[in-house]
Ligand binder design. Structure first.
Ligand SMILES: *Cc1c(COP(=O)(O)O)cnc(C)c1O
Length: 417
């Protein structure tokens, strides 16, 4: 391995830009819709406004929003207000902006742990009960905070199984979790039932992970799609995470976390004074944080408005339907479960899924893979309109290529990131 040294002489932008363009040749072409996750697109004007707003606040630091950059604080407050209304939150509710779903989830778990310490002294070894499909950010947060995760098998329709979850609850359970929707199969867990479960167990803390659906499902419902209750409209819901940088179509990094009671939100804060530079009160994991993410979210939410989000939801849901139908029309393939939004998990019961995925990889697609059940995965937005025909054509060809072949099981690792 040759370790690189910092260049002796500096270079100007044109040369750097050319170097980057050269390096980017190694990337999968997301602009052409060949990446099934990580990137999201509503329409060109949204992309443009994201960039302009982000660059307008490129230098400001959201850590200083309270003391120096009052406009950043104001934009954050606007965004949180919009979301609280969208999620049917009562007057008592409060929340924060964060850098992503993982941070939102970490903070909800931290707030729950600290609230539990203060209010349920008998809980000394806290655990969290969730479905097997829950996002692995919960496992990461649990690992960092030394909390036990108890994940129960999914029901046959891939949703969380409230009965199995109930059986896993004991007197050390601090939180139960539902997803709206889950990442693996894109189904919204039975949040109303989980709410009843939480209430039956002494108002146990129920967190809803709406990182994917938070800024999508409400507009899908307004567009006339059947979306079960998943937010604070369900009485037992205590807290929620919702990512702006997914189907809010805003620049990274931007997510939000909310609590039914401001009192519980307070347990999210870290307040410390014992060092030479004085007190620091932060509500997040990060210190310095890009104000660009806040400004871009604020601008995009104003640009799209309810009408724009509803229109986009309609387009993406229509596109998802076309993908599901196109996939189901290929003999041997089927869609797993009944996804509520634009995640599609599909595969074959008779043909080697890993080999199909390999054949798609050979056709220049970054193919999402799943292992339970074995299959393929898409999280669709308007980026994938242009690539739909090519994807379905290549998929049909890939299936034909593999069908009947006694292919050795693919050795490619199933990976999320
Ligand atoms: C993406 C995702 C997260 C984590 O969000 P990041 O912004 O990637 O940290 C959490 N939950 C679900 C369901 C997700 O899809």
């Amino acid at each position: 391995m040759t370790r690189k040294t910092l260049p002796e002489k500096g270079r100007e932008w044109p040369e750097l830009e050319a170097m980057m363009a050269d390096m980017a040749k190694a990337d999968v072409n997301w602009r052409a819709g060949r990446v099934p996750l990580y990137v999201f697109h509503a329409k060109d004007s949204v992309a443009d406004i994201n960039k302009r707003a982000f660059m307008t606040y490129f230098t400001e630091n959201a850590l200083g929003a309270g003391r120096a950059f009052h406009s950043v604080k104001r934009m954050e407050d606007d965004i949180l207000d919009f979301a609280l209304n969208l999620f049917h939150a009562p007057e008592t509710a409060a929340g924060s902006m964060t850098t992503g779903g993982s941070e939102s989830i970490f903070l909800a778990m931290k707030a729950c742990r600290d609230w539990t310490r203060a209010n349920r002294p008998g809980v000394t070894k806290p655990n969290v009960v969730a479905s097997y499909s829950v996002h692995l950010a919960f496992e990461k947060a649990a690992h960092v905070m030394d909390i036990e995760m108890r994940r129960t098998p999914q029901a046959d329709d891939f949703r969380a199984d409230p009965k199995a979850m109930e059986a896993a609850i004991d007197d050390q359970t601090m939180m139960i979790v539902g997803s709206a929707p889950s990442f693996p199969q894109g189904v919204i867990d039975p949040i109303a039932e989980l709410g009843e479960l939480a209430q039956r167990h002494n108002n146990l803390w129920l967190h809803v992970d709406a990182c994917v659906g938070g800024y999508f499902a409400p507009f899908a419902r307004m567009a006339g799609y059947d979306i079960p209750d998943f937010d604070f409209a369900v009485p037992g819901v205590t807290s929620m995470s919702a990512d702006l940088h997914k189907f809010g179509y805003t620049a990274k990094p931007a997510s939000t976390v909310f609590y039914r009671d401001a009192d519980k939100h307070q347990h999210q804060y870290f307040d410390f004074d014992n060092w030479p530079s004085g007190r620091m009160v932060t509500y997040g994991v990060t210190g310095t944080r890009p104000a660009g993410g806040v400004a871009a979210a604020w601008a995009v939410m104003h640009h799209l408005g309810v009408e724009g989000y509803v229109e986009t939801a309609r387009q993406v849901l229509e596109l998802a339907r076309e993908y599901r139908e196109g996939i189901s029309a290929i003999q041997g393939l089927r869609v797993y479960g009944k996804p509520h939004l634009s995640i599609v998990n599909y595969g074959s019961d008779t043909i080697d899924n890993g080999a199909i995925a390999d054949a798609m990889t050979a056709r220049d697609w970054l193919i999402g893979r799943t292992k339970e059940p074995m299959g393929m995965h898409l999280m669709l937005s308007n980026l994938h309109e242009q690539s739909k025909e090519a994807y379905l054509t290549d998929l049909a060809a890939a299936v034909e290529e593999v069908r009947g072949r006694n292919a050795p099981a693919s050795s490619t690792e199933v990976a999320y990131a």
